[in-house]
Ligand binder design. Sequence first.
Ligand SMILES: Cc1cc2nc3c(=O)[nH]c(=O)nc-3n(C[C@H](O)[C@H](O)[C@H](O)COP(=O)(O)OP(=O)(O)OC[C@H]3O[C@@H](n4cnc5c(N)ncnc54)[C@H](O)[C@@H]3O)c2cc1C
Length: 505
Amino acid sequence: MAEQEREQEHECEHVRVAVIGSGFGGLGAAVRLRREGITDFVVLERAESVGGTWRDNSYPGCACDVPSHLYSFSFAPNPEWPRTFSGQPHIRAYLESVADTFGLRPHIRLKHEVLMMRWDADELRWEIETSQGTLTADVVVSATGPLSDPKVPEIPGLEGFEGKVFHSAQWDHDYDLTGKRVAMIGTGASAIQIVPAIQPQVAKMTLFQRTAPWVMPRMDRKISGAERWLHEKVPATGAARRGFLWGIRELQVGAFTKHPDRLGLIERIGRSNIARSIKDPALRARLTPTYRIGCKRILLSSTYYPAIAKPNVDVVASGLKEIRGNVVVAADGTEAEVDVIIFGTGFHVTDMPIADRVVGADGITLAEAWKDGMESLRGATAAGFPNWMTIIGPNTGLGNSSMILMIESQLNYLADYMRQLNVLGGSAALNVRASAVGAWNRRVQERMKRTVWNTGGCTSWYLDANGRNTTIWPGTTGEFRAATREVNLGEYEVVRAPVREKEDA
Ligand SMILES: Cc1cc2nc3c(=O)[nH]c(=O)nc-3n(C[C@H](O)[C@H](O)[C@H](O)COP(=O)(O)OP(=O)(O)OC[C@H]3O[C@@H](n4cnc5c(N)ncnc54)[C@H](O)[C@@H]3O)c2cc1C
């Protein structure tokens, strides 16, 4: 390639690191890069504000299932959390404050959707096409989130439905549900928060439940002024609280990963939670799960069953099959005429859309590389995609604790990755060896065999189309932290730019 051409190509902006996404992962990466002394980076965000999950999911009742003192950054404690399980507006405000406190705003490019990324092997950099132009970066940190692209099932007749339709992550706040007949599709984490929040307002709700979830009581309460004062004046008390919350969850992990038989004890609490509110034996039977607790995500609510017991709610123990005009029809033949359909049907988790937008060193997309299932080293790097790292990548999800712990471990890995690149010098990139990815995944899948997610007798969004669990981490968060403390260079090949022909120089 002639020098002139190359120069023209490089008129576009170049940065050391491009971070994609501004949720906990992207903002955390930005803070960590600054702490490492790296300021030559951008955060590309497709939306109009930061916040990721906690910006998009604003449905009534949206709140965290992990106590706030654990579901927040260790480096940005918030003594002001108002409740033990704070709601979406507070978590969103927390993320906005992180962006301000750590001086991230100058790096953030809102309304910049990443459309395509291509590895340029000549220049050892990523060419990134965004909705607002092209830039290049030595390193890409993809923090696009495992639960950021809503999934709506293909239902025959949906296009002909004349009422209102929306997904839980795209709530239409201008639409008044008062007096409406609602079909709520799904009984996952979002749906069980939405049902009690809107039940008093709607005329009728028909809840489509394919599989009953295990729902445990939610120990939510207001955090008193005295507690907040103490956490502010004596920060060690907030840290101790976080440590305690973390410790109990670490102790629970063994039951999920090695001894699912012990989870029977917890199922008793789940059954009594149903019995407390549901008096009708037929309904109780419909709501009682038939698989081991923990196999699907355990949900927390003290208001879900009381809401379901109300006369304006019908539970259909079947999935939605089709829509005829304004009538929703379940697979078991149950019909209901409705004004609104709300999909609480989750996200594209094992088929992340961003994977179609990354073209690696071999000219194939990450989605093609992952056609038999997602695979990475330590949840971060993928073979054939040099200097490309994902936050909350394959097998980093948790069944019982805070994802922020996993994100922070991955930030340690990112920091060391950047240090290693610096040591190698500007003209080098790291490409993880396929053998290292293979070895890591064999270990992960071996450990997965005994876990409740694989043996509990359910199907869940943790499993991909081939039935392989590519989402959950089968260990403690402490083990993951140890595994991501530093980059083992033996697991990577160092890639150098090809030597250019003389006439090209
Ligand atoms: C309703 C809900 C409740 C949850 N509750 C819990 C909980 O209780 N405990 C827990 O541990 N986890 C929970 N989670 C999981 C949660 O997703 C993670 O904890 C965490 O917030 C993920 O952060 P993230 O930054 O990786 O992704 P996200 O927060 O999803 O952020 C990804 C960002 O990337 C942006 N993006 C995506 N694609 C592009 C693109 N092509 N170009 C530019 N920008 C792009 C998105 O707009 C978004 O801002 C919940 C998730 C949901 C949806």
